[in-house]
Write a protein that binds this ligand. Structure first.
Ligand code: BJ8
Length: 424
């Protein structure tokens, strides 16, 4: 990474502690990613983004702030980026995916809190992530109990706006969600000093839809029998989608897809014929959480789809672009976002339908239901998920894990045995 020390110091970061993270990340990335054979050339862009993860994009965000722009940090795919970009602000994902930040979170949160929450709080309080320092306002949501309480702690340190997400999806809930988005628009307008007009909102809806379409194109390429790209690489791209410039990300992802189209035409695959096709479902995998993909793809399997927020939930369904008033556009945004099926809703049977549909579309041989430790929402829903898969005749393995590496060997044994069973 280039030298960004001065920038990090100016952001008030604990640069010495942050150095420890900078030392381990390249090694981990090299082991998991650069060791793969026959990677598409267009992955160079994403390699670069990761290599400069705490440098290039943070510098762009700071540049935006110097021109008077604001940056909003988000933690959930229900928060509509469209509103933020329509006010000439930038939205960036903030979920922490590294064990490095967990002890910092444990200083203020119970140990039995999900690692995603602990890492996110730790990254802020320990001052060891530039994105957490740069964001002018955090946008939380009322999804799970741990997050709801974490916002209160973070709000002592940084401005936080919390969006009240309904727990059900009846017509009155969707109406309430549209009202909540309208309130969010007002907060964003006041904070940025910029009005969200129908024209600007239309443009941002289009921009984010284009990003979704690029991701859908990438995912569709994984439906081929010969897989032109590894699951690990697609996971990395999904993770980068949360904080890269949306328009650039869309362009680079289409460039990659052009290369993958050629690979498909030439019958090129990064896996040997007959490699078992695995779908992952469950809690999100925030960067740099590559553990399960790495285990699957070094144990004789290929990950072909993720029914996750770092996966299909992020890009499936578009916002209707035909609306011409802000109210109608907000209604369209509310409807699209209420189509996301997170375990924080009850009932959540549409997620079960999604899982079965995706398993068929991606021709999977088996599904691994991955739960982050202490996420009771997905843990409890795992019962319904696994029962439905068994009823559909699709083999399933349920695992629980967190960000530490100490369970990797035990997980490898279980995942290898599962893939071996699929081979019989
Ligand atoms: S839409 S999955 S991003 S809430 S933080 S619920 S893992 S205990 S992240 Fe999520 Fe939005 Fe739903 Fe997706 Fe569980 Fe942890 Fe809570 Fe989590």
């Amino acid at each position: 990474m280039a030298d960004y020390r001065k920038m990090w110091e100016d952001l008030g970061m604990d640069v010495e502690t942050h150095d420890q993270l900078c030392e381990v990340l390249p090694q981990a990335f090299g082991d998991v990613y650069l060791s793969q054979e026959n990677r598409p050339e267009s992955m160079d862009y994403y390699n670069f983004v990761v290599a400069e993860i705490h440098g290039v994009r943070p510098a762009e965000l700071i540049e935006h702030q110097k021109k008077g722009g604001k940056v909003f940090g988000t933690f959930c795919i229900y928060v509509p980026d469209e509103i933020v970009f329509a006010a000439d602000a930038i939205a960036t994902g903030l979920c922490g995916g590294s064990q490095f930040w967990v002890p910092g979170g444990e200083k203020v949160l119970p140990t039995n809190t999900c690692p995603l929450i602990k890492a996110s709080v730790g990254a802020r309080l320990d001052k060891t992530c530039p994105f957490f320092r740069i964001a002018d306002m955090y946008v939380g949501e009322t999804t799970c109990d741990g997050k709801k309480k974490a916002w209160e702690i973070l709000a002592e340190d940084v401005p936080v706006h919390v969006m009240d997400i309904p727990q059900m999806k009846r017509a009155k809930d969707i109406k309430a969600w549209a009202e909540e988005i309208t309130d969010f628009k007002k907060v964003v307008e006041e904070f940025t000093g910029n009005e969200v007009t129908a024209e600007k909102l239309g443009a941002s809806i289009h921009m984010i839809n284009e990003k979704r379409k690029a991701l859908k194109r990438l995912y569709d390429l994984r439906k081929n029998d010969k897989l032109p790209i590894s699951g690990k690489d697609v996971l990395l791209i999904s993770q980068i989608a949360f904080y890269d410039d949306p328009t650039r990300f869309t362009q680079m992802t289409h460039k990659l897809c052009d290369e993958l189209d050629q690979r498909v035409a030439d019958g090129v695959s990064v896996f040997a014929d007959g490699t078992k096709r695995i779908m992952l479902t469950g809690t999100p995998l925030a960067i740099p959480n590559w553990k399960i993909h790495n285990l699957v793809e070094t144990s004789g399997g290929a990950v072909v789809c993720e029914e996750m927020c770092t996966g299909t939930r992020y890009f499936e369904n578009l916002v209707d672009e035909t609306k011409t008033t802000v109210d109608d556009q907000i209604q369209a945004i509310a409807e699209r976002y209420m189509g996301i099926n997170c375990a924080c809703f009850t009932p959540n049977s549409a997620r079960i339908d999604d899982i079965i549909r995706l398993a068929k579309e991606y021709k999977v041989d088996g599904v691994i239901d991955v739960n982050l430790k202490f996420c009771s929402l997905y843990d409890v829903e795992g019962y319904t998920v696994e029962r439905a898969l068994k009823e559909a005749g699709i083999p399933v393995l349920g695992i629980e894990t967190d960000y530490v590496d100490s369970d990797a060997q035990q997980l490898r044994t279980r995942i290898s045995a599962f893939i071996e069973m699929l081979n019989k």
